[in-house]
Design a protein around this ligand. Structure first.
Ligand SMILES: Cc1cc2nc3c(=O)[nH]c(=O)nc-3n(C[C@H](O)[C@H](O)[C@H](O)COP(=O)(O)O)c2cc1C
Ligand code: SF4
Length: 452
C-alpha cells in the first residue's frame, strides 16, 4: 500500500500534503492535543517484552544508514542486572547530503522523545543520551526545550514514565557533539559521550553487551525511534502494509521513509515517501523534476558513503535492496544528491575524497593513509597530470579499505571505498579523458629507472 498520508511528518507540513512555509515547532501541549504520547500510553499498558516483540515483528530497519533490524538489535541486550542501561540517540547526521533528522528536531521533537520513552520501556533502559551534532545549534536548543517540557509533563523523571504510569524511571540528557563526522559511528559516539576523542571501538563486544561506560547500550537513529511511535499506535499489520517486500529474497523494506533530496532538482527538500519509490518518481514528482529541465546524470544514493547511481539507474527503487540491485553499498540515509548533465564527476570525486581524508580518525593505516593517497591521486587526475596507471592505483587503494575487505575498525573507510570506486567505474570515460597513457607520460629518466 502506498503512503497516502503523512505519518512521520503528520505535524510537519511537507509537500505534497502541506506547504513547508506553514511549519512551526510543535510544543508539548500541541503534541498532546494532536494525539501525542498516546503511543507511549499504549506501550506502557504492554509488557516490555510485548513492545519489543512488536517492533521486531514490524521489521523496522534502522534509518541511520545500515538498515539493521531495530527490534532484533534490542533483543541482543542482556537481562537487567540492576545496573545502568543506556539509550544513545544518534543525531550526529554529518553524512554529506543528509538532513532528514534535522527536520524532526526542528519541528516535531516530541515525536522523537516519545520514541525514546517507548524504547526505554521496551528495553528497560534508564538513561537516554540524545547526541546531537555540534553544528546543529538551533536544533540543540529546540530539543533541549522539548526535553524540559517532557520532564514538566512527567514523561521523564524520577516519578516513572508518563507521570508514574510505569514505575520505571528514565532520565534524558542532550549531549552536543563537537563537529566530527566519525562521532556518528556508534562506538565513536559512545567515546564522545564519555568525554574522549570519537575513536571507534573494535567490535565485538557490541554496544548492546558492552557500550556506554561499559554497560548495555542501544544506539538508534532519530528517525528509527520516531518510527516506533506509529508502529505502536497502528500496529504491525498496518506498518507492514506500507513500503515493499524484497525482490531479491532479502529482508523487506516496510514503512515510510524520510528522504532528503538535494542537488540539481527544482525543489530540494525532505519528503516522506514509500520505501520502494523509484528515484525518478521522487525527483520528477516530489522535487518537480531536474533543475532547468537538464538531464539526469547520476545521484549519490543516500549519503556519499553509499556510492553513486549512474545515468542508467534513474529507475532504481529506493529501498533496502538497492545495494544489491544498484551496485552501491546500500540505501544509507535515503537522502540522494542529484547531479545534472553538466556535473564534472571528477570534481565530485575530489570533493568527496577531501571529505573522507579530513574525517578519517586516523586509527587504521589503510584509512588514514589511503584516504590521503586517494585525494592526491584524484587531484592529480583532475589537473591532467595523472596516467592510466594512477587510475588503476586509485581503484586498488580504494578497494582495499574498509570493514568489507577486513582492514579497518569502522565503516568510514567502506564509505570512501564505495564512493570512489562507483564514481570511477560508472563514469570511467570522464576519468580516462583526464589521464595520459602510462608509457607516453614517462620521462626518459623514469623509463630508464623502470628498465632497471
Ligand atoms: C562513519 C559513520 C558515520 C555514521 N554516522 C551516522 C549518523 O550520523 N547518524 C546515524 O544515525 N548513524 C550513523 N552511522 C551508523 C551508526 O553507526 C549506527 O549504525 C546507527 O546509529 C544505528 O542506528 P539505527 O539502527 O537506528 O539506524 C554512521 C556510521 C559510520 C560508519
Ligand atoms: S576506518 Fe578510518 S575512521 Fe574508522 S576507525 Fe579506522 S581510521 Fe578511524
Amino acid at each position: 500500500m502506498p503512503v497516502t498520508e503523512p505519518i512521520l511528518t503528520k505535524r510537519i507540513p511537507t509537500f505534497p500534503w502541506g506547504d513547508p512555509k506553514n511549519r512551526k515547532t510543535i510544543s508539548v501541549d500541541e503534541y498532546i492535543a494532536t494525539g501525542g504520547y498516546q503511543s507511549l500510553e499504549k506501550a506502557l499498558s504492554m509488557t516490555p517484552a510485548e513492545v519489543m516483540a512488536m517492533v521486531k515483528d514490524a521489521n523496522l530497519r534502522g534509518r541511520g544508514g545500515a538498515g539493521f533490524p531495530c527490534g532484533l538489535k534490542w533483543t541482543f541486550l542482556p537481562p537487567p542486572d540492576g545496573g545502568r542501561r543506556y539509550l544513545c540517540v544518534n543525531c550526529d547526521e554529518a553524512e554529506p547530503g543528509t538532513f532528514k533528522d534535522r527536520l524532526l528536531c526542528d519541528y516535531d521533537p516530541h515525536l522523537i522523545l516519545e520514541g525514546i520513552a517507548i524504547a526505554c520501556h521496551a528495553c528497560q533502559l534508564d538513561t537516554a543520551y540524545f547526541f546531537i551534532r555540534g553544528e546543529y545549534h538551533h536544533q540543540a536548543k529546540v530539543v533541549e526545550r522539548a526535553i524540559q517540557e517532557a520532564y514538566a509533563k512527567g514523561i521523564f523523571g524520577k516519578q516513572g514514565l508518563l507521570r508514574g504510569k510505569s514505575p520505571f524511571a528514565v532520565d534524558c540528557y542532550l549531549h552536543r557533539g563537537a563537529g566530527a563526522y566519525i562521532c556518528g559511528e556508534e562506538t565513536g559516539l559512545l567515546e564522545a559521550i564519555e568525554g574522549r576523542r570519537g575513536w571507534p571501538r573494535l567490535k565485538p563486544p557490541f554496544p548492546a553487551v558492552k557500550g556506554l561506560f561499559g554497560r548495555p547500550t542501544i544506539v538508534n537513529n532519530v528517525e528509527t525511534l520516531a518510527a516506533v511511535c506509529p508502529i505502536i499506535e497502528h500496529g504491525v499489520a498496518w506498518w507492514k502494509s506500507l513500503g515493499c517486500e524484497s525482490t531479491v529474497g532479502g529482508a523487506p523494506s516496510y514503512g515510510p521513509k524520510l528522504m532528503g533530496v538535494s542537488g540539481h532538482v527544482t525543489r530540494p527538500g525532505v519528503y516522506e515517501a514509500d520505501l520502494g519509490i523509484t528515484l525518478r518518481t521522487l525527483v520528477e514528482t516530489h522535487c518537480l523534476g531536474m533543475r532547468h529541465g537538464k538531464r539526469f546524470k547520476g545521484a549519490i544514493a543516500g549519503g556519499v558513503s553509499m556510492g553513486v547511481l549512474g545515468a542508467d539507474q534513474y529507475d532504481c527503487r529506493m529501498d533496502f535492496d538497492i545495494g544489491r540491485l544498484g551496485d552501491v553499498m546500500g540505501l544509507g540515509t535515503a537522502c540522494p544528491t542529484v547531479f545534472d548533465e553538466d556535473t564534472d564527476m571528477v570534481a565530485v570525486a575530489r570533493n568527496i575524497a577531501r571529505f573522507f581524508k579530513n574525517e578519517s580518525c586516523g586509527q587504521c593505516t589503510p584509512c588514514r593513509e589511503g584516504s590521503g593517497w586517494i585525494l592526491k591521486l584524484i587531484t592529480r587526475i583532475e589537473r591532467g597530470d595523472a596516467t592510466t596507471k594512477d587510475l588503476d592505483l586509485l581503484l586498488e587503494i580504494a578497494g582495499s579499505m574498509g570493514l568489507t575487505p577486513g582492514t579497518t575498525i569502522c565503516g568510514l573507510a567502506d564509505g570512501n571505498n564505495w564512493a570512489i570506486r562507483t564514481l570511477v567505474n560508472k563514469y570511467r570515460s570522464e576519468f580516462e579523458a583526464r589521464v595520459k597513457p602510462y608509457a607516453v607520460s614517462m620521462s626518459g629518466l623514469q623509463l630508464a629507472v623502470a628498465r632497471v
